[in-house]
Ligand binder design. Structure first.
Ligand SMILES: [Mn+2]
Length: 306
């Protein structure tokens, strides 16, 4: 079903919300060739979310590197995989985005259990909950049992936007607005001075709002963890707010797998049930450093031999 995009049916899909074609991915080859799956780091479980395929923000190359370096028995796609909202407005689909869909379907074919929990940006797929396409199970939510027997609820996380609505916009107040506000502050004070009014710090107010955004994230994490506790699970895995994190709230684990727009993070479960957040840019940098070191050592050996 994801493939419907790739066959030029996006117009139909976007307008009617109906998928009309299911192309055969077997006949396609990725633009970025996939290396042999041998030698990949194996995990029991991988959680990734907030990929936002179909937007410029998506860090496709880094995600491809991640997918080509890891493998797992189960993989959860925790929502906002495809950005239907943005695609409806403007079609953007570079070959690398195809490659990601290709790799996910290929994994399913190789035997990885893939569970896709649509988020709010790909909510059009929620209507297919309970169905399976190309080996990808679509679910509204999932319950995952770790190797050491903890029960985790897996959801995208936008379910709590309603509860948080009052402060929702604050989460999106970032540095850009803060910087703009600083500029504006100058002109506001020019006018105020002319009117004989005292100095007023707009940036101070903005700073307060950004601090609220930080508080918002913390509050969000707590709300999600409490909802998990109410369902008598040991923890929750979600995405949505693009902030990879682990926290404990009264003995309930809160895990957020982050995103592939800024942070480029994934959550993994090792075979003993322990969990870890992987920061892929750092993993790539470490690998690069190792390769350079190995190259340096090889040069030295050559120099000694000569
Ligand atoms: Mn979301």
């Amino acid at each position: 079903m994801l493939g419907a995009y790739l066959e030029g049916n996006v117009g139909n899909w976007g307008d009617a919300g109906v998928i009309t074609a299911f192309p055969h991915f077997d006949h396609h080859e990725p633009v970025i060739p996939e290396p042999s799956p041998e030698g990949r780091r194996r995990y029991r479980t991988i959680w990734i979310s907030d990929i936002h395929l179909g937007t410029r923000g998506c860090n496709a190359e880094m995600l491809i590197d991640f997918l080509d370096s890891t493998d797992s028995e189960t993989m959860y796609l925790v929502g906002d995989i495809i950005d239907g909202w943005r695609l409806k407005k403007k079609f953007y689909w570079p070959p690398a985005h195809n490659d990601i869909v290709w790799r996910i379907l290929k994994r399913a074919k190789r035997g990885t259990r893939i569970v896709y929990i649509p988020g709010n940006h790909d909510e059009m797929f929620r209507q297919f909950s309970g169905l399976s396409f190309g080996g990808v199970e679509i679910r509204r939510a999932a319950f995952h049992e770790t190797a050491d027997g903890r029960k985790l609820m897996v959801i995208h996380g936008d379910e709590f936007d309603g509860v948080m609505l009052a402060h929702r916009w604050l989460a999106f107040v970032g540095d850009a607005l803060y910087t703009a506000t600083m500029g504006l502050s100058h002109w506001v004070n020019v006018v105020r001075r002319r009117l004989g009014l005292p100095y007023w710090s707009l940036s101070k107010m903005a700073k307060h709002k950004v601090k609220n955004a930080v508080e918002f994230i913390y509050r969000y994490e707590e709300v999600v963890a409490r909802a998990a506790a109410a369902r008598k699970v040991d923890g929750v895995v979600c995405g949505h707010i693009h902030t990879a994190e682990f926290r404990m709230f009264d003995g309930v684990e809160y895990w957020n797998d982050g995103d592939w727009v800024e942070g480029c993070t994934a959550l993994v479960e090792h075979f003993d049930g322990s969990m870890e957040i992987l920061h892929w840019p750092e993993e790539m940098a470490r690998r690069q450093a190792r390769a350079e070191r190995a190259l340096g050592e090889a040069d030295e050996t050559l120099a000694c031999a000569a």
